[in-house]
Design a protein around this ligand. Structure first.
Ligand SMILES: CC(=O)N[C@H]1[C@@H](OP(=O)(O)O)O[C@H](CO)[C@@H](O)[C@@H]1O
Ligand SMILES: [Mg+2]
Length: 599
């Protein structure tokens, strides 16, 4: 038998004590995510599923992350990470949901477990003629800073080690890590085929990203003595980089990354870093707060920093609770004393996920041109969702002539589109969650070009070489497995420094249409079904026509759509229009329509 039946039964009783019999769990966009009091049973079943996934893949390391990202402090959640750092495959999301909802009696639960084992691990055993001795199970575990995270992590470790005590089991508990760090280390363990118990951020994640960032600066500012890293500061087109860490794990981890590095410390200021006070997580701060409310988080002081005798504006960014999202912003250059209200909107400029993706796309577009690589050789494209600002899509298509696709919400959809459609696929949700992926062809083209330049007549072609090396270093600086606030932040500032642009230059590329996103609570959100990358409702019947009728009143630039959230019990209404007044009126009208419909 693969599992220890006695232990399974014991833990079943232990973790099901607080089970709410009528509650239906769903592995959604971001795994299971609920109020923490509902999570003990689902932690138990999800740990078993993760264990089976590892066994099915011949002992490949599987990640488990305990987090509820930007949700309020009382929530928590769990998601499973595939060996190469990707999100769990869809068929296994289904098994996870099935097992979590089969807890009525122990017999029923065990039967369901055996059914899942039969179609998964058992197949691997037969196909590879394995014996029990060959079966290995490796789990890499991480958690965010919520109060309930310790308890939930304990359930995972206990379940894995007890239920599979008959097999060769290893669980590496990384403790407090960001979601992307967990993805990165899971991928690293499998790529390098190393014993998971030896995994350390200090020797992998931190040096990797720091190194790529510094190498990029050295490549572009050769005239400076590379030993004098401090000198590069004079090339920074902003004063300080102020990072709002949402009082979450990002503050702990970024602090670890730079703590022995006076150079990084000299241009970074971390605010909202109270990860040891879990009740403050995401409260009036963090990427979701800043993006949704389009205002500053708490604790931003001072707009300018004195550098080399000049006053330079600071650049700000906000991570979310598990540091897989980042948004940037800046303030007009005014002394703090001139502000009546530090939250005045007119002085606040948001640079969200759309601004990040368009900036990166433009940068890679220019780099490819400098490296003399055509669009036929390497296809560059951007993936967005319906929430992308209409101006960003027009800017990509009309100004930059870069293809842009639209997918359903949830990074797994964007990731899939980026991988299948493009060689360099830039994908970001408007909320700042995203990354860039580079196909194997990118690496081949870079190497082939570098080699042919070196061979050809000995003549140096510096601009082309610098462009090729820049591209190569960005494949390192970007965490390709998943959106990563730390890696994305370093990539953005690297682009700003290399192109010598400040936040205002960046923002000027296109002007966002005023937009608004609201939540409407309805009796049953599952009746809201969509098509066309979630931009149109097919159910409830007739509602889309009514929405179209309202939108038509607001002119050609106006847009509004309605969809059920995958992470909250609510329906989301998004609107954009040519003025703030119009967008407020439009979103209110569509919101009222949804609310007043008797669903
Ligand atoms: C409008 C919006 O921001 N939706 C978010 C939110 O999904 P919903 O399905 O809309 O609840 O959480 C997801 C997971 O973090 C994220 O991928 C997505 O972008
Ligand atoms: Mg997150």
């Amino acid at each position: 038998m693969l599992y220890n039946k006695e232990k399974l039964k014991e833990l079943y009783s232990k973790f099901l004590k607080n089970k709410n019999a009528n509650f239906e769990y769903q592995y959604g966009t971001a795994g299971f995510r609920y109020n923490h009091t509902l999570l003990d049973p689902v932690m138990f079943t999800t740990s078993i599923i993760a264990g089976l996934r590892s066994l099915t893949l011949g002992g490949k390391a599987i990640g488990i992350m305990i987090t509820a990202s930007h949700n309020p402090p009382q929530d928590n959640g769990v998601k499973i990470v595939e060996p190469m750092g990707e999100m769990l495959v869809e068929s296994w999301e289904f098994y996870s949901t099935q097992l979590a909802n089969s807890l009525q009696t122990f017999e029923f639960f065990e039967k369901k477990l055996c059914d899942i084992i039969n179609v998964t691990v058992q197949k691997t055993i037969i196909e590879n003629s394995l014996t029990k001795n060959d079966l290995k199970l490796n789990i890499v575990l991480g958690k965010d800073s919520r109060e309930s995270s310790d308890r939930l992590a304990e359930i995972v470790s206990t379940t894995i080690t007890s239920v599979f005590s008959n097999l060769k089991v290893k669980v590496k508990d990384l403790g407090l890590v960001t979601t992307p760090q967990l993805h990165y280390l899971t991928r690293y363990a499998n790529k390098e085929e190393i014993d998971i118990t030896t995994l350390k951020l200090q020797s992998t994640y931190f040096p990797h990203f720091k190194q790529a960032f510094i190498e990029l600066l050295k490549l572009h500012y050769k005239e400076i003595d590379p030993a004098q890293v401090r000198d590069y500061l004079s090339y920074f087109p902003f004063g300080k980089l102020v990072i709002d860490c949402a009082n979450g794990v990002g503050s702990y981890q970024f602090d670890q990354m730079i703590k022995n590095d006076p150079w990084f410390q000299s241009f970074v200021e971390i605010i909202n870093d109270k990860y040891l006070v879990p009740s403050s997580l995401n409260v009036n701060c963090g990427a979701d707060y800043v993006k949704t409310n389009q205002r500053l988080p708490e604790n931003v002081n001072g707009l300018l920093t004195q550098k080399q005798g000049a006053s330079l504006s600071n650049l700000y960014c906000s991570f979310d609770g598990d540091a897989d999202r980042v948004v940037f912003y800046y303030l007009n250059e005014m002394e703090p004393s001139q502000f009546d209200d530090p939250h005045q909107k007119q002085q606040f400029h948001l640079l969200d996920g759309d601004k990040i993706s368009t900036m990166l796309a433009k940068f890679f577009h220019d780099i490819l041109a400098q490296a003399k690589i055509s669009q036929d050789e390497l296809k560059l494209g951007v993936v967005q969702t319906a929430y992308a600002n209409g101006s960003s899509t027009l800017y990509l298509k009309d100004n930059l002539k870069i293809p842009a696709s639209c997918t359903k919400t949830g990074v797994k959809h964007l990731h899939h589109e980026a991988v299948s459609q493009y060689d360099i696929g830039v994908y970001f949700e408007a909320n700042g969650h995203g990354t860039v992926i580079f196909s194997p062809k990118v690496y081949k083209v870079i190497e082939a070009k570098l080699e042919s330049i070196h061979k050809s007549s000995g003549e140096r072609v510096p601009k082309e070489i610098v462009a090729l090396k820049t591209l190569k270093l960005f494949t390192e600086l970007i965490n390709q497995s998943v959106g990563d606030a730390i890696s994305d932040m370093l990539s953005v500032i690297a682009v700003l420094i290399i192109s010598q642009k400040n936040a205002e230059d960046w923002n000027k590329e296109y002007k966002d249409l005023p937009n608004r996103l609201i939540k409407v609570i309805v009796d049953d959100r599952t009746v809201f079904k969509t098509t066309n990358a979630e931009r149109q409702l097919v159910s409830p019947r007739g509602l889309q026509e009514k929405i179209d009728g309202i939108v038509a009143k607001y002119g050609p630039l106006a847009r509004s759509f309605v969809r059920a959230s995958g992470t909250e019990d609510a329906v989301r209404v998004y609107a954009e229009a040519k003025s703030t007044e119009e967008v407020e009126a439009l979103v209110a009208e569509v919101g009222e329509l949804v609310k007043s419909s008797s669903y």
